[in-house]
Structures are given as C-alpha cells and as structure tokens.
Ligand binder design. Structure first.
Ligand code: SF4
Length: 318
C-alpha cells in the first residue's frame, strides 16, 4: 500500500507540473482571455456615473483625476456635483482657486484640485477649450501622467491605448507571473504584455481596459483575491502556482492617524469652512504638536493651497 500512495503522489505531482509548465510557456491564450474577461465585464460591471453614454472627454479627465487617490464610492457624488457646476473646462477655468478647493471637499490630496484648475485654464488657452485627443498634448496638462493620458484616450476618445493602473498591473502580474511587476512604475515587460493582450479594434480595446480594471477592483484584489469567482482562473499562472507572493503591485495603505496628512486635512477643513481669513492662533489650536503643525502649514503654503496674509492670518488662495 505505501507504494500505491507514493505512485498516487507522483502522479499528482506530474499532473500539477505539466499544468504549470504549460501555463509558464504559453502563459495565456489572448483570444480566450479577451472573451472571458469581456463577457464577465458585460455581466458584472458597476453602473458608474462617468461610464454613462454621453460623458464628455472633460468628464472622463475629471473622473480619472479624482480616482487617482480616492475610492470610487467617495468620488461618484463629488464627480456628479462637480460636473453639474463646471460641465466644461471653460467653466472651471473661470472659477476661483478657493471655490475649486472648497468643492474638492474631503476627497484628499487637494493638490489634484489645483492641477485640474490649471489644466482647465491650459485647455482653454491652448486647446480651444477642448480636451486634446492626443497623448503628448494630454501629457502637457498639469498632473496628467502616462496612466491618465492613456485612460482619457481610451475611455473618452475610443482610441487604442495600453492603460496600466495598479489594478490592471496586478491582474496582468498574476496572469503572467512577472516578478518585476511590483515596481512603482510599469516595466517594459508589463507594457509589452499589455500591448500583446490589447484587442486590435480600438473600441473593443477601450472596453477591454476598463474590464480588466474592474476585474482587479472587484475580484483580483490585492489582499484577498476571489479566485473562485474569477473568469480566468484556469488561465492564471499565479493561481496555478498556489498563490505565492509577491502578488503584483498594490497600493500600500499609509497610516493616516497622527500623520502630516491628517494635520494638513485639519487645516484645510478649517480654511474651507471659513469665509474670512483664519488667524494663526486658531490654526495652532487644531493640533498639539506645534512643530508638526507648522511643518504641515508651511507645506500647504508651498503647494499653493493656502495663502498667508499679513498679521498672521491665512486663507484659501484667491
Ligand atoms: S485567478 Fe485569482 S489571482 Fe488569478 S486573475 Fe483571477 S482573481 Fe486574480
């Protein structure tokens, strides 16, 4: 009987290894992957405001900027009211910086609001008020990096562009098992892999990109992927290998309590809520550690988010 057990173990091992080597050599069948993920997306996609037909390229740019560092559920109501108030770049360009920062509210990282405001002005001045459908021109806009430019080209203009955000990179890393995919920026291998999987037809390519993002956001999550619900589990290298680490790039959670970010948030909240300049004494009462408080305040001034006035008073930029 021990021999029978041993034979069974060897057989299981051989079967497992043969599955792994086929996954490693032929990593993925592109056509199958596309079909499976696109079908899954048709069935499971979230009905998000900026995905509705008729969303303007400006609406896409605003959504992508907001989503850079804020979760979908917090962005959606802010995006709706933002687009009601400033439906075109020209509308936002005519707003004051203080209004823009107030409207950004508590989405965090408010420098994005200022960059969007600057982008709106640049779009009006240099691009006749229209978001450009061109990668290089998009990259000229403040705060628009490779990801945002590619996302706008794909989702606003239906162009064929490789869109690599953290979610997409994680899904690709797991499908392909690229060990370098934990770097902060996409590697050449990742770009080539993304290009290889991207459908040739532009509209299908755009849907593919949003579908992979959705899969990474809802199923192939950083810490607890739901492989049992995944449409491409059979094609997944990482799953075949028994889910070893590393598991592709993920946003590292940063501690908020006690951080400079928290102090900056308190100061910004105070200034947003006040219609008059706020005395330094009032700002100093917001946080016990005065060294940290002044560091945060100086940082906000340097970032252009806070304007110092004479007699030690502060306000949002005019
Ligand atoms: S099988 Fe699991 S790890 Fe692989 S792509 Fe699907 S959810 Fe991600």
């Amino acid at each position: 009987m021990p021999n029978a057990d041993l034979r069974l173990k060897v057989l299981v091992l051989l079967l497992h290894n043969s599955h792994m080597s086929s996954a490693e050599t032929d990593n993925v069948n592109t056509a199958d992957l596309q079909k499976l993920i696109l079908k899954w997306y048709r069935d499971k996609q979230r009905d998000l405001a900026w995905r509705k037909p008729g969303t303007s390229p400006w609406g896409v740019l605003v959504s992508e900027t907001m989503l850079q560092q804020t979760p979908v559920n917090r962005v959606e109501p802010e995006w709706i009211s933002w687009m009601d108030r400033w439906p075109t770049p020209e509308d936002l360009a005519n707003a004051t910086a203080a209004d823009v920062i107030r409207a950004w509210g508590r989405m965090g990282y408010p420098r994005r609001a200022l960059r969007l405001h600057e982008s709106a002005k640049m779009i009006v001045e240099r691009f006749d008020g229209e978001v450009p459908a061109n990668y290089d021109k998009l990259r000229e806009l403040p705060g628009v990096g490779d990801y945002t430019a590619s996302a706008v080209l794909a989702f606003a203009f239906g162009q064929r562009a490789v869109v690599l955000d953290t979610n997409v990179r994680r899904v690709f890393a797991r499908l392909d098992g690229d060990p370098d995919a934990t770097s902060s920026a996409p590697t050449k291998v990742e770009r080539e892999f993304g290009e290889k999987l991207l459908p040739s037809q532009p509209k299908r390519a755009a849907t593919w990109s949003v579908a992979v993002m959705e899969l990474g956001s809802l199923v192939c999550t950083a810490r607890t992927p739901r492989c049992g619900e995944c449409p491409v589990a059979q094609q997944c290298d990482w799953f075949a290998k028994g889910e070893p680490l590393p598991a592709g790039p993920s946003r590292k959670p940063q501690k908020y309590e006690g951080s400079d970010r928290q102090v900056r948030g308190l100061i910004m909240h105070e200034l947003r809520e006040s219609r008059a300049p706020v005395p330094l004494k009032k700002i100093e009462s917001l946080w016990q550690d005065q060294l940290q408080l002044h560091r945060a305040l100086d940082g906000l001034v340097a970032d252009g988010l806070v304007e110092p006035l004479s007699r030690k008073r502060y306000q949002l930029p005019s």
